[in-house]
Design a protein around this ligand. Structure first.
Ligand code: ZN
Length: 403
């Protein structure tokens, strides 16, 4: 068995007492640094790769011994080292997709999603699991059982007494049509006494600064949602990306913007480098991808924030309205999925990051607004839920430890 490069194996727990509270007995893991020896008698977890079995963890002299590089494997998961990012079609069109007529744009979107879903089904190693991937839960549980921690993953959230998990409500206001509908979302949020983040492109449509200022004063957050929302930003050179980010931040100067969401969650190493130092946090990586990237490995598998250099990464952990609608899902099915995922994230003590789009064809549709209200009702009525903006979460996490 090779030592370099990931191998997708099934990690099977052989000792039921090893991870109390973790229901999963097996999960798929792209594993790094797998040693080649067969499982010893004291093996408490092993890897199954095709017909082969390998030791994963054994108990020797009363302590747990790892036979793979667990820290390195976790880091590789978080940073999506298993992805092979390439600019998607939307970023390679001769004109920005947003300049296409509405019906053509929607038809193209649906066709692209169908193509991505097919690619994913045919991928030799479909991972992470969707919509819930338990890989990191199991790996962090193994580290904990060994008395070790992973300092990059923020599992100790800044929670008020009695709270168990965080909910970040976010809206990607892609277009003017969406911007004109944000009041419908704000009305619901005020009704349930919660605040949310409105992510706005740096250079796509005019905004009313006084209106946004009043929102920020009332505890809402304005985040930067790329530049012109063409999908190209992540695939420019680092300097060019940096210049566009600075331009957007300047435009929203005075609105305390410190968070970034990439349009369509398109991301790249140059984008993350350009964001470092420009903003406090990024929220452009799904825990488990919704086919938008089209890659079989799409997502960081984490429902916890984690450090990316000086940035805090706050993963998008709830599948977005637009992604699901473009896959042909109806509102009632989307609402049921959101509730299921929310339950799981609550049980993990993680961060539920919900993305909705106020555009009339997505979250702004009355049936989808009813779905959103269902989430707000559930969260507002749950004494364990702590609703906070990404800005508040990032400041609390980055402020308590040296960067
Ligand atoms: Zn967007």
């Amino acid at each position: 068995m090779q030592d370099e490069g990931p191998i997708l194996a099934t990690l099977a727990l052989r000792d039921n007492a090893l991870l109390p509270g973790v229901e999963e007995r097996a999960c798929r893991v792209p594993v790094l640094g797998l040693a080649g020896r067969p499982p010893p008698a004291a093996c408490v977890a092993e890897f199954l790769a095709g017909p082969d079995r390998y030791a994963a963890v054994s108990r020797e002299d009363g302590r747990l011994v790892f036979h793979f590089d667990i820290q390195r494997t976790i880091t590789a998961l978080l940073h999506e080292e298993f992805c092979a990012p390439s600019p998607p079609l939307v970023a390679r069109l001769p004109v920005g997709y947003h300049l296409l007529p509405g019906r053509l744009r929607k038809g193209l979107g649906r066709a692209l999603y169908a193509w991505h879903r097919l690619r994913r089904r045919r991928a030799p190693v479909p991972w992470p699991a969707w919509p819930i991937d338990r890989t990191l839960e199991v790996l962090l549980g193994l580290l904990r059982a060994a008395g070790r921690t992973c300092p990059d993953v923020i599992t100790e959230l800044p929670l008020a007494p009695g709270r168990r998990y965080v909910v970040c409500l976010t809206h990607d206001v892609d277009s003017r049509a969406g911007y004109e509908r944000i009041e419908r979302f704000l009305d619901l949020e005020r009704k349930y006494g919660v605040t949310a983040t409105y992510n706005i492109p740096g250079a796509r449509y005019e905004v009313d600064r006084r209106r946004l200022s009043a929102l920020v004063e009332a505890g809402f957050e304005i985040g930067l949602h790329g530049h012109d929302h063409s999908g190209r930003l992540a695939f420019l050179g680092e300097e060019e990306i940096g210049a566009r980010i600075r331009e957007g931040l300047q435009r929203f100067d005075g609105l305390d913007v410190c968070g970034f969401r990439s349009p369509m969650l398109l991301r790249s190493a140059p984008l993350f480098r350009a964001l470092e130092g420009a903003v406090l946090y990024d929220s452009s990586v799904p825990d488990s991808g919704t086919f938008a990237g089209g890659a079989p490995f799409d997502g960081c598998a984490s429902v916890f924030p984690f450090r990316r250099g000086k940035l805090l990464e706050i993963p998008v952990t709830m599948p977005s309205d637009a992604d699901l609608q473009l896959c042909g899902w109806r509102a009632d099915r989307i609402g049921a999925l959101w509730m299921r995922k929310l339950d799981w994230i609550a049980a993990q003590g993680g961060v539920a990051v919900l993305v909705t789009h106020p555009e009339p064809q997505f979250g702004g549709d009355p049936r989808m607004l009813a779905c959103y209200e269902q989430v707000l009702r559930r969260v507002a009525g749950d004494p364990g839920a702590q609703v906070m903006t990404g800005k508040a979460l990032a400041r609390a996490v980055l402020g308590r430890e040296p960067a």
